[in-house]
Design a protein around this ligand. Structure first.
Ligand SMILES: Cc1cc2nc3c(=O)[nH]c(=O)nc-3n(C[C@H](O)[C@H](O)[C@H](O)COP(=O)(O)OP(=O)(O)OC[C@H]3O[C@@H](n4cnc5c(N)ncnc54)[C@H](O)[C@@H]3O)c2cc1C
Length: 428
């Protein structure tokens, strides 16, 4: 079957890989000059199979209040707040209860643990190097209250056979020796033994090269304008370089997916939650992180990537504004100084980056069919797109090929939202 994949971020690239592996004739369209040049470019670098959690949790509203009082908030909302931002916040709020949290977390974990298997499948298919380390990750807590809160999460993790262990401060230093400077300040942490780390951009380029070998056609520097409809089908993709026709289409345009989908009457609640990262050269290996450390209070992730350290975080609700906010750089740097003060070379060498997490209010992506018989979605992966990419790509390929999915699709496709196709005529 001829399949067009819209978008060459990590989600479009892994979709193309599994589609090509199943024998489809695949074309991927993207406006950038290569794969993963937008949100998948410089993320925190953690394959968080165990740490997978929705943003909306019962404790979030109180945390937001506390952050507002301390004036050091990882959540920033622009003062001239848009109606889309208000809608997103309201939907997040509706998910901030124990029941929704458990349902959402379970769905995300289902996809995350499937994704780990799918990533290992890719690694057995061919050799790929992406600065990967398989040493687990560590969620760090500053007081016993934070430690106690995580115990509930561990109960859910056990249901999914996800290995984790509660550590005191001393044990944290044993697995991450660079934490020695904060040993007396931290309460402890949870280690997720099955988490991996690495460079998402490098991973994408390795998959891209393999895709090219497998015959996938990439149309870069091509802006997608809309989808053309014929009755209950998509008949082509309209771009600034002309029209692309296929038997089947899959949308993985990250935060921009709703812009194209709303033109054909499909409304899905994906909001661009802006985040930032800085990447700095390692100064001293023994003072630097070895894997990913998540600072739960300050909501930042610090990851070792080869000879570099990446620090990522912040949730800036400001629509599609791509400006690099100087204050965010300072916050990320002071988060690193707090935990690994002697780990990096002079901050003049900082690489500062921003990206829009394609976030759904329930944290789960949207993968599966649409009211159009040959249109599929693979989008809305929010804070954990790289983690969930391999499983999402394989699930999508199975659905398109008519192969039985290897995991339940309950709660993963767009039917969980009450929104649907509003119009039914030709919008091409
Ligand atoms: C600060 C930060 C830290 C993060 N850390 C992690 C982490 O540690 N682990 C993890 O798993 N996830 C992490 N994430 C989330 C992860 O990066 C995203 O979920 C993931 O990159 C989304 O991938 P995507 O392919 O859906 O979107 P994108 O990478 O944005 O890809 C969408 C593609 O669509 C293209 N496109 C859009 N519109 C058009 C158009 N009209 N025409 C043509 N092309 C178009 C874009 O060019 C882009 O290439 C982080 C995100 C941020 C911002």
């Amino acid at each position: 079957m001829k399949v067009v994949v819209l978008g060459a971020g990590i989600i479009g690239t892994t979709s193309a890989y599994f589609l090509a592996k199943q024998g489809h004739d695949v074309t991927v369209i993207d406006r950038q000059n290569g794969v993963s040049m937008e949100t998948s470019h410089a993320n925190a670098g953690c394959l968080s199979y165990g740490f997978t959690s929705p943003w909306a949790s019962p404790g979030l509203p109180l945390s937001v209040l506390k952050w507002a009082l301390t004036g050091r908030s990882p959540l920033i909302i622009n003062p001239n707040v848009s109606i889309e931002t208000i809608k997103f916040l309201y939907r997040i709020y509706k998910n901030c209860n124990s029941r929704s949290y458990e349902v959402n977390k379970s769905r995300m974990l289902r996809l995350a643990s499937y994704s780990q298997k799918a990533l290992l499948e890719i690694e057995t298919d061919f050799d790929l190097y992406y600065e990967q380390r398989k040493q687990g990750s560590l969620q760090l807590f500053w007081d016993s209250k934070e430690m106690n809160k995580v115990k509930k999460d561990i109960a859910i993790l056990e249901k999914f056979n996800i290995k984790s262990s509660l550590l005191d401060a001393e044990d944290c230093v044993k697995i991450e020796p660079g934490l020695k400077y904060v040993k007396n300040k931290i309460a402890g942490g949870v280690q997720f033994m099955d988490d991996f780390t690495g460079n998402c951009y490098l991973f994408s380029t390795e998959i891209y090269q393999k895709c090219v070998e497998m015959g996938v056609n990439f149309e870069f520097n091509t802006e997608i304008k809309s989808l053309k409809i014929n009755n209950n089908n998509i008949s082509s993709v309209l771009t600034d370089k002309g029209e692309f026709r296929a038997d089947c289409y899959s949308v993985s345009l990250g935060s921009y997916s709703p812009k194209i989908l709303s033109k054909i009457g499909i409304e899905i609640p994906i909001y661009p939650v802006k985040g930032y990262s800085i990447t700095l050269p390692v100064l001293s290996d023994e003072d630097a992180p070895q894997s990913t450390i998540m600072d739960e209070r300050n909501k930042i992730a610090i990851t070792r990537l080869g000879d570099s350290i990446r620090v990522a975080g912040m949730a800036h609700l400001t629509g599609f504004d791509k400006n690099l906010r100087a204050k965010s750089l300072e916050s990320l740097k002071s988060g690193l100084d707090l935990i690994f003060p002697k780990s990096y070379e002079s901050s003049e060498n900082v690489n500062f980056w921003t990206g829009f997490r394609p976030s759904t209010p329930d944290g789960t992506p949207v993968i599966g069919p649409t009211p159009f018989s040959n249109l599929f979605l693979n989008t809305g992966h929010g804070t954990l797109g790289w983690t969930m990419s391999a499983g999402s790509g394989k699930l999508l390929a199975n659905l398109i090929s008519g192969v039985n999915p290897e995991i339940s699709t309950e709660g993963i496709d767009m039917s969980r939202y009450q929104f649907s196709r509003k119009m039914s005529n030709n919008y091409g």
